[in-house]
Structure formats: structure tokens, C-alpha cells
Design a protein around this ligand. Structure first.
Ligand code: ATP
Length: 358
């Protein structure tokens, strides 16, 4: 396994194009040995371009890629010692499941016993243990993708395991189970894994660190908890979490935040003057209905209720601005549309021009 260092990496598919239009704007980053990383963002934000630069499929327009101390920028994929799993199965249809899983290991000079143990372990984890003797062709589409995953996971001596939307074609019921399994195998064998997905849930449940991308830039990287608790900008607040984080315009008076005529206590403080558009950001999970008026409770009006089974999402207006909060089913629906909303200070963040203030 290797540490992956990206040094001033950037890429444009069009020679001579201005940097603002590049598929990947130049940046530096290090991925630690043995950790799992998710690249997440909407279609076209540059996830696959970045992954392909690491695998060697794309030669970056600028910058260097290192695996540990070795500069691999000019090495072809075949010489980078990586395993890759793609969106669609890459398998040998006429071979048995077992032979498909063995294939990546045969040229590695492993003993027969070591190969058999590893293949059986991975097959067991993926639930393919009872079909090892069947031909790949005879399996359904989900199981074929499992073989593809297995072929990536059996090799624990690679510099990195790179996965590009590997669960897209898998049945939704199975996805959750497989994410856990991939993570389990990774924890057992300590692979450096880079996992591309457009699905925030997949990214958050799978990775140690999530890199949120937008328009060719990594706009924030951090643990799922960091991204949820402290989005560095409104983009991450909107992209991570469902419903999205609430961003509410507030007034500033004597360096204090006021909403609905009341001063709001917040986790961070208003620094760097009073210019720019000042908003507070708060997750729908942290807003609640206050039983009585007190510090950080603001009048609001319920305008809609969506029922999601175990919880409800209340859409409210606060001085004409929309916000959403999640309430559990047990909490019931308030008898009046006019409520008081509680903003816990530690969960209420100040943003200036969509950037979190320090
Ligand atoms: P998706 O989730 O749809 O795969 P992505 O986040 O992986 O998207 P990329 O595939 O890396 O994004 O694409 C980034 C940008 O580069 C897009 O504007 C895309 O149109 C462009 N692009 C990607 N591949 C090529 C290519 N071979 N030639 C020209 N432009 C490309």
C-alpha cells in the first residue's frame, strides 16, 4: 500500500485552454497509506479525471503524482501496481468465479495456499462462496459486479485500489451491505482506497475522508463528521445532508447576529468586519420546536409537512425565509402553525458570502 501525493496536479482536455475552464484546477493533496477516500460531486465535476490521473489512464496537463516517494507520473497504468474496479463488470465470462478471482494473483508468485485462502476469504465476504465453481457467464448482473469487486479486493499488495462508481449497477438493497463489506476488507488488509461516487450517502458511509468536488476543484475534504458538522461553504452544506443545510439571511448589529429581532448565539463569531452577505447555517437535524421562548428561540410558521415514516420534515418560514427541520414521529405535529424554533448555539454557524467564518 502506498501514500499517494498529488503535487500541483491539474488537467485540461483542450490544449492551451485557460485554467478556469480546466476539468481539474491545479491543487495539492496527500492521501495517507491505508485510508479510504471518497471523491463525491455532481456529474462533470472532475472525479473520474482525478481518478484516471492516479491510475495513469490520463496524463495530467501539469503536476506530478507520487506513490510513496516514487514519481509515477510518466508510468503507464500497467506499471503502477494498482487494482481498479469500474462501474460495469470486467470479468472473464467463460471462467469460473474462482478462476476469475485467482487470475489477478497468479503472476504474483504467491503460494497456492495463500492464494486459496485469500480468494476464499474475499468470496465469503462478498457472498460468492457457494458459487465459486460456476462460470461467470451463468451469474446475474449483480453477482458479476461482485466478481469484479472481488478481483480488486483479492490483491492486498497493490499501491492503491481505485474504484469508479463500483456499486451503481448493484441492487439498492445490497449496496449498504457491500459498502460495509468493502470497508471491512479494507480495514483488515489496510488498502489505500479511492472511491468515486456521485452519491453522498455512499461517500459518507464508506470513507475515512470525503472529498467534495465542484467544477474541477476539491471544495472541502474531511471526515464525514467534519463535512456534516462544519461545512466550509454553502456548497458542501447543500450537497451533504438531506434535506440540505438551512442558510438564513441575518442582520448584524454591534457585531451580533440577529434574526426575527432577537440576538442569536452561535458557535463561531463574526470576525473580519461587517461586509459581505452574512447568513447562519444550521442542519435540519439540529433545529427543534422550543417549548417556551428563551435564548435562541425564534418565531416561525409551519407551511408544509412531509412524512417520511419514522420522521417528518417541517417546512417553515422565518420572517419570509424558508427553513426545514426534522422531527421524529413520536414528537407529533404541533397543534398550531405558529411555533418557536430553537437554534442550538453550538450548531448554528455564521457564513460570510457562503464561506464559513473561522
Ligand atoms: P461523471 O460523474 O459524469 O463521470 P465526473 O465528475 O467524473 O463526471 P469527469 O468525467 O472527470 O467528471 O469530467 C470532468 C469534465 O471533463 C467534464 O466537463 C467532462 O465533459 C470533461 N471530460 C471528461 N472526459 C473528457 C474527454 N475525454 N475529453 C474531453 N472532455 C472530457
Amino acid at each position: 500500500m502506498a501514500k499517494v501525493t498529488l503535487q500541483n496536479i491539474g488537467h485540461s482536455y483542450t490544449a492551451g485552454a485557460p485554467i478556469e475552464t480546466w476539468a481539474l484546477k491545479p491543487f495539492d493533496m496527500t492521501w495517507e497509506n491505508g485510508k479510504t477516500y471518497s471523491l463525491v460531486g455532481p456529474s462533470g465535476c472532475g472525479k473520474t479525471t482525478l481518478l484516471n490521473i492516479v491510475s495513469g489512464i490520463v496524463k495530467p496537463s501539469q503536476g506530478r503524482v507520487f506513490f510513496d516517494e516514487t514519481d509515477v507520473t510518466d508510468l503507464p497504468t500497467s506499471r503502477r501496481n494498482i487494482a481498479q474496479v469500474f462501474q460495469f463488470p470486467v470479468i472473464y465470462q467463460s471462467m469460473t468465479v474462482y478462476d476469475n478471482l485467482v487470475f489477478p494473483l497468479v503472476c504474483r508468485k504467491w503460494s497456492k495456499e495463500r492464494i486459496a485462502t485469500k480468494v476464499n476469504d474475499v468470496a465469503e465476504v462478498l457472498g460468492l462462496g457457494d458459487r465459486l465453481k460456476k462460470t461467470a457467464r451463468s451469474l446475474n448482473a449483480d453477482d458479476k459486479q461482485l466478481i469484479s469487486l472481488g478481483r480488486g479486493l483479492v490483491r492486498d499488495d497493490v499501491a492503491a485500489l481505485l474504484m469508479d462508481e463500483p456499486l451503481t449497477v448493484i441492487d439498492p438493497q445490497m449496496k449498504f451491505h457491500l459498502r460495509r463489506k468493502i470497508k471491512e476488507i479494507n480495514q483488515q488488509f489496510g488498502q489505500t482506497v479511492v472511491y468515486v461516487t456521485h452519491d453522498q450517502y455512499e461517500a459518507m458511509t464508506f470513507a475515512d475522508d470525503v472529498l467534495v468536488m465542484s467544477n474541477g476543484r476539491v471544495v472541502q475534504s474531511g471526515s464525514p463528521e467534519e463535512l456534516f458538522e462544519s461545512p466550509q461553504n454553502a456548497y458542501v452544506g447543500y450537497f451533504i445532508g438531506s434535506p440540505a443545510m438551512n442558510f438564513i439571511d441575518v442582520s448584524v448589529s454591534n457585531l451580533e447576529i440577529t434574526l426575527g429581532g432577537k440576538v442569536l448565539r452561535t458557535r463561531n463569531t463574526l470576525t473580519g468586519g461587517v461586509g459581505g452577505k452574512i447568513q447562519i447555517g444550521i442542519r435540519p437535524e439540529y433545529l427543534s420546536i422550543a417549548r417556551s421562548g428563551g435564548e435562541n428561540s425564534i418565531p416561525a410558521t409551519i407551511v408544509d409537512i412531509s412524512d417520511f415514516g419514522s420522521l417528518r420534515v417541517l417546512k417553515v418560514t422565518i420572517g419570509g425565509q424558508i427553513a426545514r427541520l426534522k422531527v421524529s414521529r413520536e414528537d407529533g405535529i404541533p397543534s398550531s402553525k405558529e411555533i418557536l424554533l430553537n437554534f442550538p448555539a453550538q450548531k448554528t454557524l455564521i457564513y460570510r458570502d457562503s464561506q464559513l467564518l473561522a
